[in-house]
Design a protein around this ligand. Sequence first.
Ligand code: ADP
Length: 376
Amino acid sequence: MASSREPVTNEIIMAALDRVADPERGKSIVALGMISGLILRDGHVGFSIEVEPERGPRLEPLRREAERVVGQLPGVLSVTVVLTAQKPPTPAAAQAHAHPHPHSAPGQPAKLAPDVKAIIAVASGKGGVGKSTTAVNLALALKALGHSVGLLDADVYGPSMPRMMGLSGKPESDGKKLQPMVNFGIKCMSMGFLVPEDSPMIWRGPMVAGAIEQMLRDVNWGELDIMVVDMPPGTGDAQLTLAQRVPLAGAVIVSTPQDIALLDARKGLGMFRKVEVPVLGIIENMSYFECPNCGHRTNIFSHGGAKDEAARLGVDFLGEIPLTTQIRETSDGGQPIVVSDPGSPHAKAYLSIAAKVWDKIGGGKVGRAAPRIVVT
Ligand code: ADP
């Protein structure tokens, strides 16, 4: 990629993109109005190319060409281009989506990861509550129960799967699809494998959804009983779009006792209900503190809040996980507790949660029928 001190501008980028033609329409992608969400920050460029969903798989060369052309501009340090099969959701579009049933909705539903029987989301109202730690241990527990499992790190803002799953390096490609990275028998994909850690990423809602869609569609996931998606934290537009576009069989909400008190978890619940994704239940993480020396249990926060709140909201309570150094050290060290100490009470807690989740999605058979996305 070229670099110089000349400042690059939106106009220069658009002029360069104007020379890239949609191969099927013979016109420039700028003239066709396909560029959206252009962001330029300190030489880092990001934008989406809006395409009809059915053309998405064919247009990867176009995406690469746009990336190449912009990457050659003086002053451009990095370029992130995603194909997006949908315009950013407007409130009207989001509302329209909330009603039609996935199977009867108009438009061209395209299958994402068609051989995955059920996709579940692990979400939280805000960051830092242990969502990724829970997603990883839940995935490993599902594997330990004998299921074939995939793990998709959709937390593009702070991808932690590579570290937590003890994976590094780049996924291989067969020219068409990327091979997922594998450890502990789990197929894994994360933006963390695709972009260098030091390259700052600029994300906007539609780009997040586009990138995640690509990680579902362009990765050779093969047949899986279940895929666990570690969602971006929070309940903003990006999360909503994602919940709409990934064919979720259900969602699990991770919450700390304080998070419950602050009603962040309630927002997460509301978001999934809005898009008709069944909420499988709430997990209380960092529920109480367990002393590493004597095992003494201290309820630092108001332990049990999640259980009461779940009951009030009519959602199942899936279990509680304590705050322990062992959980932190094992997940941050790439040896999550479910694999590094499977006999421990904490690993058993994850296994019990996994069994409930598996049960709730109908043993992977039911889900929401065939995974589909709906384009509004
Ligand atoms: P999130 O995905 O919600 O941002 P992470 O899973 O990355 O949160 O967790 C944030 C930090 O808290 C990590 O260092 C992780 O190891 C630690 N952590 C998560 N759950 C626990 C727990 N139950 N006990 C101790 N540390 C935990």
